[in-house]
Write a protein that binds this ligand. Sequence first.
Ligand code: ATP
Length: 271
Amino acid sequence: MTETLMERSAASTAAGGFALELRDLRKSFGKTEIIRGVNLAVSPGERVAIIGPNGAGKSTLFNLISGRFEPTSGDVLLAGQRINGKKPFEINRMGLSRSFQITNIFPKLSVFENLRCGVLWSLGYKYTLFRFLADLDDANQRAEELMRMIRLDKKHDVLAMNLTYAEQRALEIGITIAGGAGVVLLDEPTAGMSKSETGRFIELIREVTVGKTLLTVEHDMGVVFGLADKIAVVVYGEVLAFDTPEAVRANPKVQEAYLGSVLADQQAAGH
Ligand SMILES: Nc1ncnc2c1ncn2[C@@H]1O[C@H](COP(=O)(O)OP(=O)(O)OP(=O)(O)O)[C@@H](O)[C@H]1O
């Protein structure tokens, strides 16, 4: 099993190429084109925040990348391999994992059991008793390791439903990375958290994504500037800018289209 995880990480950080690439990606719903020719190339190990106004198409982009939606045209490449048309679970097993705004943990399972399920599921687990027994030790070990990484090792047997909200979000991230995916998509990972929880959570995300490629959709500019190596600004289904936080912040087009008003709002709200 360990070998499978290592192979997967290696595949997703293939030397020389991009971890993730979007080429002239388009998506229409009915006659309305929502994603209008997006090009984006993310290098292995880069942390990218996707920002933009409500309805700009950020979630749709995530849905296209993770296989929930099929593009109308264009390509999505994972470590150089075309993945459009593949099912979400196939893409997941190729090394791209996504968390959701709505938590997908099992409330009545313990922290440990949730993580072990994540590990076994990511392996495309076939429930044969023989393989189950052979893999279980490895899966247990990996679940223990994940539990430490997300700082929930003291909550080993606590049912997920009895965790705090921030702990549940940490568990969700643990499940998301359980399979060793090299490319991780997080949808508003700190939504609903207090300012101090958010600060700690950014640290946790940094730690657990070391060496991985991270894409996150985010509204909180504190999180964006604290976490991202690069920012993709999506406005009306197009990438208006894709650059370092400093360059994006200074970009007059971005200021005008989005960032100026958002930063003013968030400063006024004390964020
Ligand atoms: N399945 C769908 N069918 C039809 N229209 C859709 C569908 N999914 C999204 N849209 C439309 O696509 C546009 C972009 O939506 P999307 O959710 O991707 O934006 P967003 O940038 O994530 O917004 P927010 O920041 O509010 O979450 C919206 O106008 C939305 O109504």
